[in-house]
Design a protein around this ligand. Structure first.
Ligand code: MN
Length: 225
C-alpha cells in the first residue's frame, strides 16, 4: 500500500538539504500512489532524473561561486548566478510540488481556513480553483501555476511563473504549485496540458496549502518588521 502522508509532523523540506549540500528528498508517497492521474513512469523520471538534475545543478552553481570568491575572479559570476536561480528555484518548487499532491487529493473537502481565505481573495473556493486551473493552463512555455500568500495585502494570489525564475513577486510564500513543464506530463498527456492540470486539481493536497497558509500568516508580523 502506498505510504500515506502524515501532516501532523511533516517537515516539507526534510531531505532537501543535508550536510552542507542540497539533496534530493524522498517522495512523500510511493511512485505509483498517484495513479492513474499521475502515472508511475512520469513520476519516477520527474523525481529521479529531473528533480535530481536541479539539485546537482544547484550544488554545482554554488561550488563555482565559491571557487570564484576564493580566486577573487568573478568572470563567471553571471553564468553561475543564472544557474543558481534556475536550479535553486527548480529544487525548491519541485520539493513543494511533490507535497502539493496526495493520493486521492482532498476528496472534495476544502479546509475551512483555506476556504475562508479563498472567499476573501477570490470570492469563493470554486472560483479560486477555476482561476488557478486557467492561469496554470495558460502559462506561456514552461513554468508553474503558483498559489501564494502575499504578506503585504495578506491575501492569497494566483501567479503564473515562466520557467522557474521569472515573473515572481519577492516575498510571496508559495502554498501549492503545479508543474507545467512538458517533462511533468508529456509521457501521459502529450500536448493536452489542460487534462493534466484538471487532474492535478483532483490530486491537490489542500490540507498542505492550508497548513502553509497558517504558517505564513503566523510569521507575517516578523515579515513586516
Ligand atoms: Mn518538473
Amino acid at each position: 500500500m502506498a505510504k500515506q502522508k502524515d501532516m501532523g509532523n511533516m517537515d516539507t523540506f526534510a531531505g532537501a538539504f543535508e550536510n552542507g549540500q542540497y539533496t534530493l528528498p524522498n517522495l512523500p508517497y510511493g511512485y505509483d500512489a498517484l495513479e492513474p492521474m499521475y502515472d508511475q513512469q512520469t513520476l519516477t523520471l520527474h523525481h529521479d532524473k529531473h528533480h535530481a538534475g536541479y539539485v546537482k545543478g544547484l550544488n554545482d552553481a554554488l561550488s563555482r561561486l565559491d571557487n570564484a570568491r576564493k580566486a577573487k575572479d568573478f568572470a563567471t559570476v553571471k553564468a553561475a548566478s543564472i544557474d543558481l536561480a534556475f536550479n535553486g528555484s527548480g529544487h525548491i518548487l519541485h520539493t513543494l510540488f511533490w507535497h502539493s499532491m496526495k493520493p486521492g487529493g482532498n476528496g472534495g473537502q476544502m479546509p475551512v481556513e483555506l476556504k475562508g481565505a479563498f472567499e476573501e481573495s477570490f470570492g469563493s473556493a470554486d472560483s479560486a480553483q477555476a482561476h488557478f486551473a486557467a492561469a496554470t493552463k495558460a502559462v506561456e512555455g514552461s513554468g508553474w501555476g503558483v498559489l501564494a500568500f502575499e504578506p503585504v495585502s495578506q491575501k492569497v494570489l494566483v501567479l503564473q511563473c515562466e520557467k522557474h525564475q521569472n515573473l515572481t513577486i519577492w516575498g510571496v510564500v508559495p502554498l501549492l504549485v503545479c508543474d507545467v513543464w512538458e517533462h511533468a506530463y508529456y509521457l501521459k498527456y502529450q500536448n493536452n496540458r489542460a487534462a493534466w492540470v484538471d487532474n492535478f486539481i483532483k490530486l491537490a493536497d489542500w490540507d498542505f496549502a492550508a497548513q502553509r497558509l497558517a504558517a505564513a500568516k503566523s510569521c507575517v508580523t516578523e515579515l513586516r518588521k
